[in-house]
Design a protein around this ligand. Structure first.
Ligand code: SF4
Ligand code: SF4
Ligand code: SF4
Ligand code: FES
Length: 949
């Protein structure tokens, strides 16, 4: 349990080497140069009254409550806007100051509703607190004058209200939206008494540019901006620090609670990844955890056409163990396997992979990272020696030029996007490589220095051209390369990349991007003091995903942009624990810590730790499991928290594989699409019930603390342990902490990690061991993990997926801010108000050619399947490319995507599918069939009937 309120020092810290000595209220105080008098006093435990100041925002100096007296200065300066000076003598309390402060408060209170007792902020209102602090006992002006008490409430946002009658026009919300979030949705309209907070063009919050991040709500010192959950439930009474379960940013939150009920989620100021900020998903979209559709009891059935029958845990575990063992007896040890989930904790993933390797007796374990960031693991391991991004998020504040490739952070990684936008407002330059004109190309106060809208599938040609310019124009960092990289590999690469066929002019016909723009971008990046590369699934989900990761690593090494703040190769990971699930040994060829199963020394260390012999042969990857299922040699599958029937490419093929399996166990929160093919359903735990850790995109290991008991009665790692035990390999731990202790014992990069350390430090970034006891924010500082950096040859090979007369457009896919992945969580929250269905974005010219208007129902067909959805004409799209999201099962975007995949890792090529789009008013065959089978396969027998059977 942690403190409900975090300390507020009034103004932000000013990191500086220099200390300043001053006297405040007779006390001699040391403060960092540049610090405000208000903060210096607060750090020394002296609170100066304040209203417009808060330490997440730059000081504004509007309320005049924080006045102080300073020797040698006239008047009463505002302490929030006055920096400390050596030898300064400050008084924070005097009769004059008390009079002035009371006067300020009287003015505020005379125009404020006197409904404190029934106000939702009662007990958590800074105005109320300050009235008490200044000793306000009367309001000389009375309450009958002109006021704003009748101002109309805006309740349009599903999660918070805006009640202008309570507004003190302190501008904290406006500044939070600008400084913290970077959206600039709010402004102060009018002057003097008429001034008021407004959204652009007088729209409601829902109609405005607002993205519901909640920063303004958090900043508001009154009940003006207030969470609806607090209005309906009342004030929380304790809080628990935990981690968001959505994206790979890994924001830390205080779950503010009444008993075991969440009242609100408040981003933690000390959160290493988010530093007090959040997006709409983490802050508001947690209601799914107690949604009525949550499955809370184990269920079994003999055939997938039977209704589900609720059973106890013992029966479900015994039945699953019996079925898996029986399959192994009939078809061999390798006929079963499992898939771990990047939504689960490190401890849960570790338990499942151990269950598979030790109790199943094979290495048939894979993870959903296969379909997103497996090329990151491969590419960075080849070039740098370890499968992870190089920086912490804080590093972006030191970048001068940021090369953003195949990522859309304002939708996919919103809190990182806010940090990035802040840096851009400070003058850093942005280069966007993306077919689509994403928000960051041009949004308030942000304008990319270059947008390279390349054809989907031509990333490698583009990055080679950027490197070509650096090499041929003498922009290589020779000192870095000589000192830090393998010389022979570099020389080979330099000759390769300097070939004229890689020049921007030569690849213009391939990428469709003018050569001059490519040259400009290459020079900007290569000449930057600090050049940083950030990328997403637009890099990895291609047939050349691994090549592209290596090519980016080449460019970073060649320009000396590795090993310090402000540079690096930064994968923006999709799911909350993609990094962790890979770290924990989820790939069929690697034990925890990315060590090959065929390495005798490594394998023997696990054999001795786990007390049994282990298979030296790598197991099946997910696509191999599907193929083997259809071919008949693979028969049983355990699926932890992943909806492969919706998320994996070529739905027809996945469905055929799942139908071919004899036995499937699904562990999840809801009866998802994959559960339609399952024989056992084991209820999972939401992040509010989990006791473990997530590892975010910066390798930051964050605690996930339970705020309520597991609704199903079991932690997920307990289920894996019970199943392993029932299959003959006794496995079990007393707690999540004990699992982490075991992980630390068997994984060198985690050797120094423990729950106790995480409790003490908040979070740590691996490697965390004897050499780095408090973790490693920036990797490869003095040398690469593999010793010398290795340049790889990155030949551009076009994908086999080609457009044709019948399929003339390219479909590419992505996410939207309010929804998350297959939508299992966000569709069960009010976030559906922003995105109730997936839409097909299409360029106006392509739409016109086909007679398509926004809102029309259109058929989207590829060589492997077809679906129907509604169209949105969008200037963001280049001609010839269409785009959709995959958040809603009935859209079935993956019915259309193909099985082409990355040559090294089998990561599917979601981002390039040749398609045709036509007007159509009826659902596709697949949609009709799904509708017909869906309800039948989700039937659950009432408990009485189940007992009678
Ligand atoms: S919720 Fe976020 S985006 Fe919306 S107005 Fe507030 S700060 Fe701005
Ligand atoms: S809404 Fe809240 S934060 Fe914004 S100006 Fe009014 S009182 Fe200040
Ligand atoms: S979804 Fe991502 S950015 Fe949003 S709060 Fe959660 S971790 Fe942070
Ligand atoms: S807190 Fe300093 S002027 Fe408002």
């Amino acid at each position: 349990m942690s403190r409900l309120r975090e300390a507020d020092f009034g103004t932000p810290a000013r990191p500086s080497e220099r200390q300043v000595a001053l006297t405040i209220d007779g006390r001699r105080i040391l403060a960092t140069e540049g610090t405000s008098v208000m903060r210096a006093a607060a750090e020394a435990g002296l609170a100066i009254p304040k209203l417009c100041a808060t330490d997440s925002l730059e000081p504004f100096g509007s309320c005049r409550l924080c006045l102080v007296e300073i020797d040698g200065r006239r008047g009463t300066p505002a302490s929030c806007t006055t920096p400390v000076v050596d030898g300064m003598t400050v008084r924070t309390q005097s009769d004059r100051l008390a009079r002035l402060r009371k006067g300020v408060m009287e003015l505020y209170i005379s125009d404020h509703p006197l409904d404190c007792l029934t106000c939702p902020a009662n007990g958590d209102c800074e105005l109320q607190d300050m009235a008490g602090v200044v000793g306000l006992r009367e309001v000389r002006y009375g309450f009958g004058g002109a006021n704003h008490l009748d101002a109309e409430k805006d309740q349009s946002n599903p999660y918070f209200t805006f009640d202008p009658s309570k507004c003190i026009v302190c501008s904290r919300c406006v500044r939070a939206c600008a400084e913290t979030q970077g959206t600039f949705a709010l402004t102060i309209d009018g002057r003097g008494f008429a001034s008021k907070v407004a959204t652009g063009a007088g729209a409601t919050f829902m109609e405005s540019e607002c993205v519901s991040c909640g920063a303004c709500v958090q900043a508001c010192p009154t009940a003006t901006l207030m969470e609806k959950s607090v209005i309906s439930l009342g004030q929380p009474e304790h809080s628990v620090v935990t981690t968001c379960a959505y994206c790979g940013v890994g924001c830390s939150f205080k779950a503010e609670m009444q008993g075991d009920r969440v009242v609100r989620m408040v981003p933690l100021k000390d959160g290493g990844a988010n530093e007090g900020h959040s997006c709409v998903k983490g802050r508001f979209a947690w209601g799914y955890a107690t949604h009525k559709e949550r499955m809370t009891k184990p269920m079994i059935r003999d055939h997938i056409t039977d209704p589900w029958r609720e059973v106890g845990w013992d029966e479900a575990i015994a039945y699953s163990a019996r079925m898996f063992l029986d399959i192994q007896k009939r078809y061999g040890r390798g006929a079963i396997g499992g898939i771990t989930s990047s939504r689960c904790t490190n401890e849960e993933v570790y338990a499942v992979q151990k269950m598979i390797r030790a109790a199943f007796g094979n290495n048939n374990v894979d993870t959903c990272a296969r379909v997103c960031h497996s090329p990151t693991g491969y590419g960075l391991k080849q070039t740098f020696g370890t499968s992870a991004g190089t920086q912490d998020f804080r590093s972006v504040a030191k970048a001068d030029v940021i090369l953003l490739i195949g990522a859309n952070p304002t939708d996919g990684h919103p809190v990182f996007a806010s940090r990035l936008k802040k840096r851009l407002r400070q003058g850093a330059k942005l280069l966007v490589v993306d077919p689509r004109r994403i928000d960051l190309v041009k949004s308030p106060h942000v304008s990319a220095a270059a947008h390279l809208p390349l054809r989907p599938g031509t990333n490698v040609a583009m990055i080679n051209a950027l490197a070509h310019v650096a090499v041929t124009e003498g922009l290589i960092d020779r000192a870095f390369v000589t000192q830090r990289c393998e010389p022979a590999d570099f020389a080979r690469w330099e000759r390769f990349i300097a070939e004229p066929r890689h020049s921007p002019e030569a690849i213009e016909a391939i990428t469709g991007v003018p050569a001059a723009d490519v040259r400009l971008a290459a020079r900007l990046f290569a000449e930057a003091p600090n050049g940083a590369i950030y990328y997403g699934l637009g890099v990895t989900e291609h047939s050349q995903g691994s090549t592209m990761v290596m090519a980016m690593a080449n460019l970073a090494m060649a320009t000396g942009n590795i090993g310090r703040e402000g540079v690096g190769i930064n994968p923006l990971r999709g799911q909350n624990n993609v990094q962790g699930s890979c770290d924990m040994g989820s790939f069929p060829h690697e034990f925890p810590g990315y060590r090959h199963v065929s390495d005798d020394a490594v394998r023997q260390s696990f054999e001795s730790a786990w007390g049994l012999g282990l298979d030296a042969e790598p197991g099946l990857r997910i696509p191999n499991m599907f193929d083997a299922a259809i071919e008949g040699s693979f028969k049983g599958l355990f699926i932890q928290g992943e909806d492969i029937a919706q998320s994996d490419p070529n739905t027809h093929h996945v469905s055929a594989a799942l139908e071919a399996l004899e036995f499937i166990v699904v562990q999840d929160l809801f009866l998802n699409e994959t559960a339609s093919f399952a024989h056992v359903f084991l209820p999972g735990t939401s992040f509010l019930e989990k006791d473990g850790t997530f590892t975010n995109a910066e390798r930051r290991i964050n605690r996930v603390r339970p705020v309520m008991a597991a609704i199903s009665g079991k932690q997920e790692w307990q289920v894996a342990a019970d199943l392993a035990t029932a299959m003959g390999y006794p496995m079990g731990w007393e707690s999540g902490a004990a699992i982490m202790d075991e992980i630390a014992r068997v994984t060198p990069t985690f050797q120094g990690v423990s729950f106790a350390k995480l409790d003490r430090l908040g979070s740590v970034q691996w490697p965390c061991n004897e050499a780095a006891p408090d973790g490693t924010p920036i990797m490869h500082r003095d040398g690469f993990v593999r010793g010398k950096g290795r340049f790889m040859i990155t030949e551009f090979v076009p994908t086999e997926e080609r457009t044709s007369r019948f399929f003339p457009l390219i479909l590419t896919t992505g996410r939207i801010l309010s929804q998350y992945n297959v939508g299992a969580q966000t569709r069960r929250t009010d976030n559906v108000q922003w995105h109730p269905e997936d839409l097909l974005e299409i360029h106006p010219h392509d739409a016109e050619e086909r007679g398509i208007e926004t809102g029309d129902s259109v058929a989207l067909a590829s060589r492997v399947g077809a679906t129907t959805l509604r169209a949105l004409i969008s200037e963001r799209m280049p001609q010839g490319v269409v785009y959709t999201t995959f958040h809603h099962p009935m859209t079935g975007a993956n019915v259309v995507t193909t099985e082409y995949s990355d040559w090294a890792t089998n990561c599917p090529e979601y981002k390039v599918t040749a398609v045709q789009v036509t007007r159509s008013n009826h659902p596709s065959d697949w949609q009709r069939q799904r509708q017909a089978t869906d309800n039948a396969r989700r039937r659950v027998l009432p408990a009485d009937d189940a007992a009678a059977q």
